[in-house]
Design a protein around this ligand. Structure first.
Ligand code: ADP
Ligand code: ZN
Length: 292
């Protein structure tokens, strides 16, 4: 089976061709400019590629409700030019194949469940900490959608007593994304995360916020695995502090060995590494293909 995949991001679109084993055979990166220009390059890549299905994991918010007249659209995004853009419709007009569509992070969660760190399980959380914080969730084998789709990167967190930073989320100020995404780190400390690698207080504060989020996800959804990716998580020193904070905050309330004894296998990086997003697109394509 030849499957097409698109990881549609605010800064770049990654397009690829792969197969039902999650193997990527070919890929290309296209900068996100205007929809017309970007779509033209996407179409150029897929034209004459002979695919059996296409999966699109997109930045959002997106409309995932198949009954809705705006199904398959990127809807109320603050990103310039991309408000109310019919991404699925556009691809449908060029490619006569089944198209799977979901948020970028739900797609990544699905890819990780199929081939990555959550392989063999029926639930997981996938969180990316990058330009924003996005979280996808699968529970009992189903991707969580709901009213719209969860936006778990924008949950409220308790501020650290010694953190005066006002927060960078344009909607909520000091929500999780506003306190802990890449731009918040840069604004708070005056340098990009990558050049702050040696400053332990940066990563202690980062772990302080991320741990609150994970604890909330554990309490609400009881996922069998938590997978953390994105540029900021390249700072691997966050992981051990994060795990300590999760254990401290739960304070023995969730009596499960995965938390109490095996947390290193419970909170993990993506098994698919930097391909988690694109493999997510493949997983969506595989899923939609198997429905036809
Ligand atoms: P995006 O979220 O746009 O898909 P990334 O996941 O690469 O892309 O996230 C970009 C953000 O992550 C930026 O704010 C950047 O400063 C930060 N970042 C990227 N690489 C690193 C790194 N190695 N260490 C710390 N922060 C990083
Ligand atoms: Zn927010």
């Amino acid at each position: 089976m030849r499957l097409g995949a698109i990881e549609a991001g605010g800064t770049k679109f990654i397009c690829g061709i792969g197969n039902e084993n999650g193997e990527i055979l070919e890929r290309v990166t296209i900068p996100t400019s205007t929809p017309n220009e970007t779509f033209q390059k996407v179409v150029d890549f897929f034209q004459e590629k002979q695919m059996d299905a296409l999966g699109i994991g997109s930045f959002g918010p997106v409309d995932l409700n198949r009954e809705s007249s705006t199904y398959g659209w990127i809807t109320s995004t603050p990103k310039k030019y991309w408000n109310n853009v019919d991404i699925v419709g556009e691809m449908k007009s060029y490619f006569n194949v089944p198209i799977g569509f979901d948020t970028d992070v739900n797609a990544a969660a699905l890819g990780e469940l199929e081939w990555g760190s959550a392989k063999g399980l029926d639930s997981c959380i996938y969180m990316t900490v990058g330009t924003g914080i996005g979280v996808g969730a699968i529970t009992e084998g189903r991707v969580v959608h709901g009213l719209l789709h969860p936006e778990m990167g924008h949950i409220l967190v308790q501020r650290h007593a010694e953190d005066p930073f006002k927060g960078s989320c344009p909607f909520h100020g000091d929500c999780l994304e506003g306190m802990a995404a890449g731009p918040a780190i840069e604004e708070r400390w005056g340098e990009k995360g990558v050049s702050l690698a040696g400053k332990s207080q940066v990563w202690e504060l980062e772990a302080f916020y991320l741990a609150q989020a994970l604890v909330n996800y554990i309490l609400v959804l009881s996922p069998k695995r938590l997978i953390l990716g994105g540029g900021v998580m390249k700072q691997e020193q966050i992981f051990p502090i994060l795990k300590e904070n999760v254990i401290r905050l739960l304070n023995g309330y969730i009596q499960h060995e995965n938390i109490l004894e095996k947390i290193d296998e419970y909170i993990v990086p993506p098994g698919l590494g930097d391909h988690a997003g694109l493999c997510g697109g493949l997983a969506l394509a595989k899923k939609v293909r198997s429905c036809f």
